[in-house]
Design a protein around this ligand. Structure first.
Ligand SMILES: NC(=O)C1=CN([C@@H]2O[C@H](COP(=O)(O)OP(=O)(O)OC[C@H]3O[C@@H](n4cnc5c(N)ncnc54)[C@H](OP(=O)(O)O)[C@@H]3O)[C@@H](O)[C@H]2O)C=CC1
Ligand SMILES: O=C(CO)COP(=O)(O)O
Ligand SMILES: [Zn+2]
Length: 352
């Protein structure tokens, strides 16, 4: 008898476009959410969007609360949980970049309440994913969490955000190429379950973004549209897989280590982009596709070198040689690469 089963959770409403932020209350009502909203945000997104969302809920006669977070950590999740209990929140609204959205996602999962995702930048593909990413000590957790019931992505706000944030989102998508290669490898060598649908969706998302690279330009609202659609699509791939595997492989392990070794130097998306150049080289060698990945990143104004990331040669080498230790996730890094091998890949690809 066939007993396999799978539960895929996806958002009910994905609302994308010009000035859709002003429809946030309406989108929430359409999902039949009622009661007290708790808006979870960080400093800049508060000024750019969250204060306006709070005002909308107030005008509608709801009794909204707001909490500001500044890092992706379990402590921040605990702080949000404490506020949610204090104000008796019925649902959470995450407003900002990847950090506040991840925290809101994980806190709402703990509370068993719904969560609405309002990205203010196209900087990461966690907008709709059913995962949270949290560093803790020597490791980095990929935490299962319910995906948002609704997404409100205002392309006017996103296009107004610094261009660097958009190029980071593009690089997070381009990293899907190596993430899928690592996932297939782990399937072949370690019998890690692989989803053809999630893998194909993730890879196709990267291909479409690269094919449209010419149309992605600063301050163009159409560009925000193209990038956010790709980020949503990549998040859906993670939700189908029930894991971040379609969008996170060795290039992400490298970035997570860089976060520990050289904290706060570069954006997540930019780090995983450079990690992808290195990972492509490791997968297919000198004649492989690393040049195409590097070219795609360059054409999107994303960093391709240690210098452009603002990190040193030694930090790159340390991150690359220790990346396999950060998480139990089989990738092309296997049980680790030696310092001379890391130096060779980083030099040949021009990363250092
Ligand atoms: N769960 C998942 O599946 C995924 C999770 N992630 C996680 O997301 C995080 C990376 O996302 P990222 O967005 O780079 O991180 P942040 O949330 O830290 O945002 C990056 C920066 O952008 C600023 N910002 C956001 N919106 C605007 C705006 N409209 N105008 C000006 N500045 C703005 C933030 O301001 P401020 O400093 O005020 O917050 C912050 O300084 C990482 O923690 C990563 O692990 C990434 C991909 C997938
Ligand atoms: O950043 C991610 C996908 O882009 C997912 O993060 P993890 O590597 O923590 O799973
Ligand atoms: Zn990522």
């Amino acid at each position: 008898m066939f007993e396999k089963s799978k539960w895929i959770s996806l958002p009910r409403n994905v609302v994308l476009g010009h000035d859709v932020l002003s429809q946030t209350r309406e989108v929430v009502a359409d999902t039949h959410l009622t009661g007290t909203p708790l808006v979870v945000t960080s400093a800049t997104p508060k000024a750019v969007a969250a204060d306006r969302i709070v005002a909308q809920f107030e005008d509608a006669g709801d009794d909204p609360a707001l909490v500001v977070v500044d890092e992706a950590s379990f402590d921040a999740v605990e702080d949000v949980l404490a506020t949610a209990r204090e104000v008796d929140a019925d649902f959470l609204v995450g407003v900002g970049g990847g950090k506040p959205i991840d925290i809101a996602k994980m806190a709402s999962d703990h509370l068993g309440s719904a969560f609405v995702s309002v990205p203010t930048a196209a900087s990461h593909d966690g907008i709709v994913s059913g995962r949270g990413s949290v560093p803790e000590g020597d490791t980095r957790h990929s935490v299962a969490a319910a995906p948002p019931v609704a997404v409100v992505a205002d392309t006017e706000i996103i296009a107004d955000a610094p261009w660097d944030l958009t190029t980071a989102g593009c690089a997070d998508i381009i990293s899907n190429y190596t993430a899928v290669k690592d996932w297939r490898l782990a399937n072949r060598l370690q019998n890690v379950p692989y989803s053809e649908y999630a893998g194909a969706l993730s890879q196709m998302t990267a291909e479409m973004l690269v094919d449209n690279a010419d149309s992605i330009k600063p301050e163009l609202e159409e560009s925000a549209w193209v990038v956010v659609k790709a980020l949503v699509s990549s998040g859906v791939a993670m939700s189908i897989a029930g894991s971040s595997r379609p969008a996170s492989g060795s290039e992400h392990l490298f970035s997570h280590q860089l976060d520990r070794i050289a904290p706060g130097k570069a954006l997540h998306g930019h780090q995983v982009g450079v990690g992808s150049i290195l990972a492509e080289y490791l997968h297919s060698g000198e004649q492989g596709e690393w040049r195409a990945v590097k070219q795609a990143l360059e054409s999107l104004d994303a960093p391709t070198t240690a210098d452009e990331l603002g990190v040193t040669e030694d930090e790159v080498l340390e991150a690359l040689t220790s990346a396999h230790e950060i998480r139990d996730r089989y990738t092309i890094l296997g049980s680790g690469i030696s310092e001379p091998a890391a130096r060779e890949v980083a030099r040949t690809t021009g990363v250092i």
